[in-house]
Design a protein around this ligand. Structure first.
Ligand code: DNO
Length: 345
């Protein structure tokens, strides 16, 4: 596997030289952040990312994300223009050596939590989702950092309204329409697409979500059999769905060559409904068996990109939610241990 670390570009307060010092770190996962969703990225921006990363001996082979414009998800006539721009960005990324692109197909919102600072038993804080608090959230007033786009209240209302006519089936058709155009280009230029699962993996605010379970993934892969149509195996996202069997899914999709990128983090189920808190990465800290998941990946031939996902804020760090340095670095060291052990067996 290749260990990577998410880096938010030159505005990230976490310096590349610190990332480089995490043992076995091979590269950064990043994106062009100053272009509106759906527009074209310049060769210059991508070359700059590569040059800056390479300057610290870090590779730049994974993009997270090239975001998908809502018109593509909604299947509007303008989608063809946005798909053309997407293809332009894929080709431009391939030119600088990018091999994997993480993206999602969640309507309007990306990940969703009810607090960014849940206090853990050890005094650290992390993101959490509470079933009870979610019932009180008004989507019109919601702003969470890290989303690809935030809207004015009026734009958001209009957008939510447009989704009223979009069923799960329709959204899936729109995903397939998008991939039918994009995947042949990926095959030609050596890029693997890695869809990120819904986080959390269920419908929110009445919006359909379609990448939440094994059944959903099987349907996606049989619609577009090319292995360039693959998955970001995000343990925290899929694991929030308690009926998902992560060990089985890791084994199955690794064996199929569908897993191009792995996000590793643990979560703790905090009630008997669907609430959870993000914890440190270790198996012992949460509800997911991280060691068994890594074993299932490795034993089934996984050899792709991995990154430690969200960390807690520890040691008084006040990092970007989920993306501080310290706990992700601890996570990386732990992940190294799991892979070293398993790959050597
Ligand atoms: C959250 C991330 C997601 C992910 C996107 C991919 O921390 O894992 O925001 O980057 O869903 O498009």
């Amino acid at each position: 596997m290749k260990l990577t670390f998410r880096w938010y570009g030159e505005d990230d307060s976490i310096k590349l030289k610190f990332i480089r010092q995490i043992p076995a770190m091979s590269g950064v996962v990043t994106a062009v952040y100053d272009v509106p969703v759906g527009e074209k990225w310049s060769d210059k921006s991508l070359e700059r990312l590569k040059q800056v990363a390479n300057g610290e001996n870090l590779e730049f082979e994974v993009i997270e994300s090239i975001p998908v414009h809502e018109d593509i998800k909604l299947g509007k006539p303008s989608r063809d223009k946005y798909i053309e721009n997407y293809i332009h960005n894929l080709r431009a990324a391939a030119k600088v050596g990018v091999k994997c692109v993480c993206y999602n197909f969640m309507p309007v919102f990306d990940w969703l939590r009810t607090t960014l600072k849940h206090i853990n038993a050890d005094g650290s804080n992390s993101l959490a989702y509470s079933h009870e608090d979610f019932a009180k959230v008004n989507p019109d007033e919601l702003h969470l950092p890290g989303w690809d786009e935030s809207y004015s209240p009026d734009e958001l209302k209009a957008l939510l309204n447009e989704y009223k006519s979009i069923s799960h089936e329709k959204l899936f058709e729109n995903l397939v329409y998008f991939l039918k155009k994009v995947i042949p280009v990926c095959e030609e230029c050596g890029i693997n697409m890695a869809i990120h699962p819904d986080d959390p993996p269920w419908d929110v605010f009445g919006l359909p979500r379609i990448i939440s379970s094994e059944e959903n993934l099987d349907k996606l892969f049989s619609a577009i059999p090319s292995t360039a149509n693959g998955l970001t195996f995000c343990t925290g996202s899929l694991g929030a769905g308690r009926s998902n069997d992560l060990i089985k899914m890791a084994a199955k999709y690794a064996a199929q060559g569908r897993i191009h990128f792995v996000h590793l983090r643990n979560i703790l189920y905090t009630d008997d409904k669907d609430s959870f808190a993000e914890t440190g990465h270790l198996t012992a800290e949460g509800s997911l068996d991280m060691a068994a998941i890594v074993r299932a990946l490795v034993k089934n031939g996984f050899n792709g990109y991995v990154r430690p996902d969200h960390g807690r804020n520890i040691w008084d760090e006040d990092g970007k939610p989920g993306y501080g340095l310290y706990d992700r670095a601890l996570g990386a060291a732990y992940i190294n241990g799991l892979f070293e052990m398993t790959e050597g067996e």
